[in-house]
Design a protein around this ligand. Structure first.
Ligand code: G3H
Ligand code: ZN
Length: 282
């Protein structure tokens, strides 16, 4: 069933686990996530970034959510890293049940203003809002943040931000980055603990592909309730496609090329659900 992001956020916060949020661009990814969630009896966030919406078309993403609504487990459809009010409004009209407004590139006051506006629109519709404070490094589709520009979330600023915006959840910058890491990232868990002590809302970890299992296990009890994974799905997908074509360069049937990719992504999703503690929590 399709539920509000708030339902997943609140259950995760109460239960002390995190729900995986997986980026959706095509049918095979949708099937991989839904099948994994049903087999693991786990909730899940499906999410489409602005780039994903541009690629697939919002009608197709919304159509895929209709399929997700038939799932036996609770699923939320989230806009990932939306940067404009118009984009958030369009997603709301198309049945998204969660909206991320990423004003992290804006000055503090402007980030507050745009987040307030999205909260005002989303709340009466029972749609959750996730905002971002601090700058998560790396590349997520059309958002590029260099290592030099990346900035960790300041706990006191986070407190003021949440008090003034009323956002339901907050993405924090504590050392992760989007895309493939050069080495294993080291998370600033002390900062996370401090933010969690000051705030009473679910926190979100972006750039979680490539983060070590122990770091994830340490971050979840410190308030992380949603964990975003995109890059590891991309890697599983493309490696599986490459394998098929290497073994059989004359293969022309898309089902024989994309079927193994779907299986590989499903395995990744299931492993993450177990690691995040959401398996069995649907
Ligand atoms: O918003 C999406 C995620 O933060 C993606 O992170 O590149 O580490 O998979 P990732
Ligand atoms: Zn992200």
């Amino acid at each position: 069933m399709l539920v509000s992001g708030n339902e997943l956020f609140q259950a995760a916060k109460k239960g002390g686990y995190a729900v995986g949020a997986f980026n959706l661009n095509n049918m095979e990814i949708l099937q991989a996530i839904i099948e994994a969630a049903e087999e693991e009896n786990s909730p899940a966030f499906l999410q489409a970034s602005q780039g994903g919406i541009k690629y697939a078309g919002i009608e197709y993403i919304a159509g895929m959510a209709k399929v997700a609504a038939e799932a036996k487990v609770p699923i939320a459809l989230n806009l990932d890293h939306g940067t404009s009010f118009a984009q958030a409004a369009q997603c709301l009209r198309h049945g998204f049940t969660a909206l991320m407004i990423d004003g992290s590139q804006l000055p503090f006051e402007e980030n507050i203003a745009i987040t307030q506006k999205v909260v005002e629109m989303a709340r009466p519709n029972n749609v959750s809002v996730e905002a971002e404070l601090g700058k998560i490094g790396g590349t997520e589709d059309d958002i590029v943040v260099s290592e030099r520009e990346a900035a960790f979330t300041d706990p006191q600023e986070a407190k003021e931000f949440v008090d003034r915006t009323g956002t339901d959840a907050l993405a924090v910058a504590i050392g992760t980055a989007h895309g493939v890491y050069k080495g294993e990232p080291k998370l600033d868990l002390e900062r996370l603990a401090e933010i969690n002590k000051l705030l009473d809302i679910p926190l979100v970890l972006h750039g979680a592909s490539g983060v070590g299992d122990d770091a994830i296990r340490a971050a979840v009890p410190l308030g992380i309730c949603k964990i975003n994974i995109d890059t590891e799905l991309r890697i599983a997908f493309s490696r599986a496609v490459q394998d098929v074509l290497k073994k059989n360069p004359n293969e022309i049937d898309p089902r024989k090329i994309l079927g193994p990719a779907r299986e590989a992504m499903k395995e990744v999703v299931k492993i993450k659900m177990r690691l995040f503690g959401s398996s069995g929590k649907a």
